[in-house]
Ligand binder design. Structure first.
Ligand SMILES: NC(=O)c1ccc[n+]([C@@H]2O[C@H](COP(=O)([O-])OP(=O)(O)OC[C@H]3O[C@@H](n4cnc5c(N)ncnc54)[C@H](OP(=O)(O)O)[C@@H]3O)[C@@H](O)[C@H]2O)c1
Length: 286
């Protein structure tokens, strides 16, 4: 973890708080140029100045955008692409567990809009910049062990009348793991490595807000944000030959994507139709 990656450009989404903040700080302390993607300017600026002073790395930059908005993602990527720099590492960390059904101004269920559609569009639109960093490029997507409880489903926006945010979050996190597997299949020949990871349960502002009971019961016993971010940084620093394309990682090691008795493995067969649906929602060419 003492490796220096001075010439690498890393993007971390949701970098002002919790695991994303710790990942961005860790990458900055290895010398990388880090772009923090945050939805709130003040929180982003506070994180930026904290990371710069903690690491002494001035090559840390803030980009403000809301990942629940497809139009904001698209205008960010076209702005960013004009810099014409290679992207070595994209960390899709931003995420949320919204327990109530909330619909974005573009008409998408909020958990899905950020965790799945935002992640999908951001990654797909970043491919040309990732290709510029090939064969070193990596996309690391922060999933959750919560996904073990559910199969992959084509019901992306939770059509049941009685909304359950915890189940929706788990479904979103399952999509991230299946997408990573598919991306690896589709784009490994482009020199881009795709990995998903589970950070373990960490005491973060996100957990305190979404799962207050869980947070209270386990206060002091959960991981720190830095511990949660450890495998993200490790994945970013590892030579690609040491990593398995499309795999899920936990604590610096490959982890199973399915629990033995959960009968979720066959469900990944629907990923192609999910991708067709995501492309159409994101208005990307089929
Ligand atoms: N903590 C855990 O135990 C745990 C376990 C498994 C998986 N995870 C995953 O780890 C990742 C980080 O979670 P965390 O626990 O560190 O939570 P957190 O402290 O709430 O951090 C989440 C980050 O995502 C950002 N974000 C949320 N919605 C966004 C949007 N629409 N646009 C841009 N940024 C947005 C947040 O920004 P704001 O500060 O502006 O809200 C924040 O910076 C998530 O993907 C989560 O699912 C966490």
């Amino acid at each position: 973890m003492q490796v220096k990656i001075d010439r690498k450009n890393c993007i971390v989404t949701g970098a002002n708080s919790g695991i994303g903040y710790a990942a961005a700080e860790g990458l900055a302390s290895c010398g990388a140029t880090v772009y923090l993607i945050c939805r709130n300017k003040e929180r982003g600026e506070a994180a930026l100045s904290k990371i710069q002073s903690a690491t002494g790395n001035t090559n840390v930059h803030l980009e403000v955008l809301d990942l629940s908005s497809q139009s904001e993602i698209k205008s960010f990527v076209s702005r960013f692409a004009s810099k014409d720099i290679p992207v070595h590492v994209l960390v899709n960390n931003a995420g949320l567990l919204e327990t109530k059904r909330v619909t974005t101004s573009e008409g998408f269920e909020m958990n899905f809009a950020v965790n799945v559609l935002g992640t999908y569009t951001m990654t797909e639109l970043m491919l040309p910049l990732l290709e510029k960093a090939a064969p070193d490029a990596k996309v690391i997507t922060v999933s959750s062990g919560g996904m073990y409880t559910v199969p992959l489903t084509t019901d992306l926006q939770y059509s049941d009348e009685k909304f359950d945010g915890v189940v929706q979050y788990a479904r979103n996190k399952r999509v991230q793991v299946a997408l990573t597997e598919k991306w690896a299949e589709m784009y490994t020949n482009k020199g881009i490595g795709f990995y998903s990871m589970h950070p373990g349960w960490a005491e973060t502002p996100g957990i305190a807000k979404s799962l207050p009971g869980f947070n209270k019961s386990f206060s002091g016993k959960l991981r720190t944000s830095a511990e949660g971010a450890d495998t993200i940084i490790w994945l970013a620093l590892q030579p690609k030959e040491n990593l398995v394309p499309g795999a899920l990682y936990f604590d610096r090691a490959e982890a199973p994507k399915h629990l033995k008795l959960a009968a979720t493995a066959q469900s990944h067969a629907v990923i192609d139709s999910i991708i067709d649906n995501l492309r159409s929602m994101a208005a990307l060419p089929q």
